[in-house]
Design a protein around this ligand. Structure first.
Ligand code: ATP
Length: 237
């Protein structure tokens, strides 16, 4: 078996006295897509923030490409593309400038830079608005810019936090296609969503979080068999 790109062991995280994650363990191997499901407040974003070194664990460890995120945050962070729920784009810059600057910040060499930016824009169906300032875009278009930024450097680990919220069906399909293609190339993907059909379409393994703890894990079909109604409710959200 290949070594995991992401290895989370016994992770507990809190905001002050509020515990948001309790003893969560999971791994994602190269080419694997892990769907992170759970109701509002279940801890999905906190888990991704802890993986990205933004939230410091109270207990447990997170390792990315063999590096402890708490100790080697910058080096580990360089292996992660994170499309966060809170959009961090520069509204006065164009779509292309945002993606291109991000690629430069990530240390992408000049050679191949323009092609990589073009490919990331195309994959997110952003060609037509590439020269538009981000402040003129719709919410769904901005989310796509964020996905393009997260993927442009082809990081070994991709964290996508509800990437399809507010996007139209054609774009949703494009996002899912792109995620599948990246996984086929070996990217490890953690994909948080409220929509069970998306993780089914991705052929993903699933971790279901509830109140910060792992309520279930496995293939979608197995979870439907075991939990029926609970998971099925997620399907219709
Ligand atoms: P959603 O589906 O609504 O995005 P989520 O599964 O991503 O939810 P989190 O955002 O990780 O859940 O929140 C987990 C818990 O931590 C919730 O109880 C939330 O209120 C709490 N929480 C999250 N961020 C903070 C914060 N900055 N300060 C205090 N509590 C927080």
């Amino acid at each position: 078996m290949t070594t995991p790109i992401l290895d989370v062991a016994g992770l507990t995280a809190a905001y002050g006295r509020r515990t948001a994650l309790r003893d969560v363990s999971l791994t994602i191997r190269p080419g694997q897509i892990l769907g992170l499901l759970g109701p509002n407040g279940a801890g999905k974003t906190t888990l991704m923030d802890a993986v990205a070194g933004k939230v410091r664990p109270v207990a447990g460890t997170v390792s990315v490409c063999g590096m402890d995120v708490t100790r080697r945050t910058r080096a580990a962070r360089a292996r992660i593309g994170y499309a966060e729920q809170d959009l961090a784009v520069f509204p006065t810059l164009t779509v292309r400038e945002n993606v291109s600057n991000w690629a430069a910040i990530c240390g992408m060499p000049r050679r191949g830079h323009a092609q990589a930016v073009d490919a990331a824009l195309s994959a997110m169906l952003l060609d037509e608005v590439a020269e538009q300032r981000v402040r003129t875009l719709s919410g769904g278009q901005r989310r796509r810019v964020h996905c393009a930024m997260a993927t442009v450097c082809r990081p070994p680990l991709l964290l996508l936090d509800e990437p399809t919220v507010g996007v139209d069906p054609a774009t949703r399909r494009a996002v899912l296609d792109h995620v599948r293609a990246l996984a086929a190339e070996g990217t490890a993907v953690c994909y948080s969503t409220h929509y069970l059909p998306e993780v089914e379409a991705l052929g993903a393994d699933v971790v279901l979080l509830k109140d910060g703890a792992t309520a279930a894990r496995g293939r979608v079909e197995e979870l439907l068999d075991r939990f029926g109604r609970t998971v099925a409710e997620l399907r219709v959200r």
